[in-house]
Design a protein around this ligand. Structure first.
Ligand SMILES: CCCCCCCCCCCCCCCC(=O)SCCNC(=O)CCNC(=O)[C@H](O)C(C)(C)COP(=O)(O)OP(=O)(O)OC[C@H]1O[C@@H](n2cnc3c(N)ncnc32)[C@H](O)[C@@H]1OP(=O)(O)O
Length: 210
């Protein structure tokens, strides 16, 4: 894992703006109903744009790094990374060994008709539980994740994802969390086991946010 000090904040902001535009593009692609000729024309435009971006490419997404304010961030993360178009991106807030994030899924995340794919909910919970473990000082890799799907998760609605660290034993630690509606109805809940790899420092720095 690479941790470096960030230079080129202005370029990083431009990269995050590009990623946000790509999210808009993905939404538009999922929902578009324009005629075939327009689809073909837009595809040609995007093919050209893709080649322009590939003119100079790195081997991996943006790494863990220290932001100018000293916080640890991971702009390339698939769940929280503002520079990764795959990410919602989730803005995780920490309160002791508990974390929370507002979530609004999009039609792009559809699994069953009209609701969110279960794997997407699991991904969000995996990350939240992992951050709760890290917030408690037990940053690690997910060893197991148990997800219980209680009610379909809607897209388009303002939802809340929360998680907290529950206990630790050596390099193993456990966390639990849930995705709920604003009125407190739990839609999905999860428990996870996180293991700090033996090769990691005993207590890696705890990330204040995504
Ligand atoms: C430097 C800066 C850092 C900053 C840091 C910030 C972090 C910011 C957090 C962000 C939050 C991200 C949250 C998403 C996190 C992912 O998505 S991680 C990606 C998905 N997970 C993986 O890829 C993990 C792949 N697996 C592995 O790498 C290894 O199997 C593991 C999990 C590290 C364990 O390997 P290991 O340390 O060699 O384990 P090992 O010594 O064999 O066993 C240790 C103990 O754990 C038990 N165990 C091992 N595996 C399992 C298992 N799968 N199930 C149950 N028990 C198990 C063993 O039985 C043993 O138990 P005891 O005998 O001690 O009682």
């Amino acid at each position: 894992m690479t941790i470096r000090e960030t230079t080129g904040e202005s370029r990083l902001r431009a990269l995050c703006e590009l990623a946000e535009q790509v999210r808009e593009l993905m939404d538009a692609t999922t929902l578009t109903d324009v005629p075939e000729a327009e689809l073909t024309a837009v595809t040609a435009t995007l093919t050209e744009a893709t080649e322009r971006l590939r003119a100079s490419a790195r081997a991996a997404p943006q790494p863990f790094e220290f932001a100018p304010d000293g916080s640890l961030r991971h702009l390339g993360n698939a769940v929280t990374g503002a520079a990764n178009p795959h990410a919602l991106p989730l803005a995780v807030e920490r309160d002791g060994a508990a974390v929370r994030a507002d979530v609004r899924f999009r039609p792009l995340h559809e699994g069953p008709p009209g609701s969110v794919h279960g794997g997407i909910s699991a991904m969000i919970l995996d990350h939240l539980l992992g951050q709760a473990a890290a917030a408690a000082g037990f940053a690690g890799m997910t060893a197991s994740l148990t997800v219980r799907y209680l009610k379909p998760v809607p897209y388009g609605a303002a939802l809340l994802a929360t998680a907290e660290h529950t206990r630790a034993e050596g390099r193993k630690s456990w966390a639990e969390g849930r995705i709920s509606t604003q009125d407190g109805t739990t839609l999905v809940e999860a428990t996870g086991l996180f293991i700090t790899p033996a090769a990691w420092p005993a207590r890696p720095p705890t990330p204040p946010e995504g």
